[in-house]
Design a protein around this ligand. Structure first.
Ligand SMILES: Cc1cc2nc3c(=O)[nH]c(=O)nc-3n(C[C@H](O)[C@H](O)[C@H](O)COP(=O)(O)O)c2cc1C
Ligand code: SF4
Length: 441
């Protein structure tokens, strides 16, 4: 029987050569002003060369106000189109497709940049982890933002990319509207599920109106919010359930979405996303400084990340709210399966995948049509080529230690798990390889 991992996946407007997608991985690779550079191209090419069928980009802000960190390439203006065209051309050389993630952080930011100290959201309640203050969007703000998503899709299409994904997951602006635990509006964008979904449904319709029906458009959604997973969030609601998300997916598909990418968790990070075998508070203590002091929970968070006892307490709480290490691979599959049974478009699933037999079994069972992989591909850029050569798992798999995650606020994105390398020098050479060829070559 043919290996289901290596069967092409046909969406309405896009065919991908195999079932493995590089999942979104943000990293501070670009210029402060949101223009892209060679390091981003080098990064994406690593995965294209390694055999994935398609790359789904990192968080790409549709407006400067929607960014979560400086040094992420944006798609907020037409002058960004040539850069994204170059990314697409380089990735296409490996018969790999490129899907751009249209994003807006809303109130959930890491380092917001200098232009807009205050984020916009569905609510005026500060984001609970860091305490970044925000303002509830007016209807004019909503209209402007819907239009910015549509313009982002037009630019991605003009750049010759293969599709766009709405970042509707993990606590960013679209989740802030969708989630019953976050959205406290009293107008037609809050309250019932239909009202909470209005913002994203309007985005899908605006994109279709702007660019037509023949360009790939998918939605990344947190199928289950698990919003009150952490102790200091216990007072907030649990958020959306998978039943809520199934209904949202149906509306989105009716409005013109071609596929659903299933994630989990109402924030980023969240104990279930990316689910970890560890939560390296010691690293966080040194990389998190600007984050901690930009919000309103500075003292609490310094204690969490700097104090020996409080740090251990936070770490244990975080790990307890996640899943045991041996259950990380495929932890979102039960949600993906329920969504797949309810919709008539291909479904992708993210979360811990790195074993060919596990991925194959998920596809063969009908839990999903393909998987997206982030950290295990950071650890082994050529994992798909290894699967093709008959390996079931890499010799040095990703340990889910989440050091890449906590380094990313300050340092270049890469695998920081020293135990996977012969030496620290070897590890650093791998991290720094993203700068070859150099940005000004
Ligand atoms: C360092 C890092 C950056 C990430 N950046 C993004 C992002 O920009 N957009 C997004 O939707 N998900 C992002 N994610 C989530 C991943 O795409 C993925 O869904 C999640 O890590 C679970 O998959 P994994 O177990 O294969 O890592 C990021 C994850 C990590 C570890
Ligand atoms: S640092 Fe490396 S081993 Fe640890 S989670 Fe990230 S990619 Fe995996």
């Amino acid at each position: 029987m043919a290996d289901s991992i290596f069967q092409p996946l046909a969406f309405k407007n896009l065919t991908v050569k195999n079932r493995i997608f590089r999942s979104n991985i943000a990293g501070r690779l670009d210029n402060y002003d949101g223009s892209g550079n060679q390091a981003r191209i080098n990064w994406e090419v690593k995965f294209a060369r390694g055999g994935v069928g398609a790359i789904i980009s990192s968080f790409v802000p549709v407006q400067i106000r929607g960014r979560i960190m400086p040094n992420y390439a944006t798609i907020d203006k037409d002058d960004k189109i040539p850069f994204w065209r170059k990314v697409g051309e380089e990735v296409h050389k490996f018969d790999c497709k490129y899907i751009l993630q249209l994003s807006h952080g809303g109130r959930q930011r890491d380092v917001p940049g200098i232009e807009y100290p205050m984020g916009l959201s569905s609510t005026s309640q500060a984001e609970p982890l860091h305490g970044f203050e925000c303002q509830a969007m007016t209807k004019a703000d909503i209209q402007e933002t819907v239009n910015a998503f549509a313009e982002g899709a037009r630019r991605a299409r003009e750049a010759g990319l293969d599709g766009v994904e709405l970042h509707g997951a993990n606590g960013y602006l679209i989740t802030q509207f969708l989630s019953s635990a976050i959205n406290d509006r009293k107008d037609e964008y809050g309250g019932s599920l239909e009202n909470r979904a209005r913002f994203v449904v309007e985005i899908v319709k605006a994109i279709r109106k702007k660019i037509g029906n023949d360009f790939h458009l998918q939605m990344k959604i947190s199928a289950t919010d698990h919003n009150n997973a952490l102790l200091f969030l216990k007072f907030e609601g649990v958020g959306n359930t998978v039943a809520d998300s199934i209904q949202v997916c149906k509306w989105l598909i009716d409005a013109g979405a071609d596929s659903i990418h299933v994630s989990t968790g109402s924030s980023f990070p969240h104990p279930r996303n990316p689910a970890g075998s560890d939560f390296p508070v010691d690293v966080l203590g040194s990389t998190y400084e600007q984050l901690a002091s930009s919000g309103t929970h500075t003292i609490r968070n310094f204690l969490f990340f700097r104090g020996a006892l409080t740090g251990e307490f936070f770490k244990q709480q975080w790990l307890h709210a996640g899943v045991p290490a041996d259950q990380i691979e495929g932890l979102t599959l039960p949600d993906a399966r329920q969504i797949k049974q309810a919709v008539n478009v291909p479904v992708l699933c993210t979360g811990g995948f790195q074993t060919a037999s596990v991925i194959r079994a998920a596809i063969d069972r009908g839990d999903c049509d393909g998987v997206s992989i982030a950290r295990p591909l950071v650890a082994n850029n050529d994992l798909v080529n290894q699967f093709k050569a008959g390996k079931d798992r890499a010799d040095r798999p990703c340990t889910y230690c989440n050091k890449c995650l906590v380094h990313v606020v300050e340092h270049p994105i890469g695998c920081y798990e020293e135990s996977r390398f012969a030496s620290r020098d070897e590890m650093m050479a791998q991290v720094m390889s993203v700068f070859a060829p150099p940005p000004f070559a």
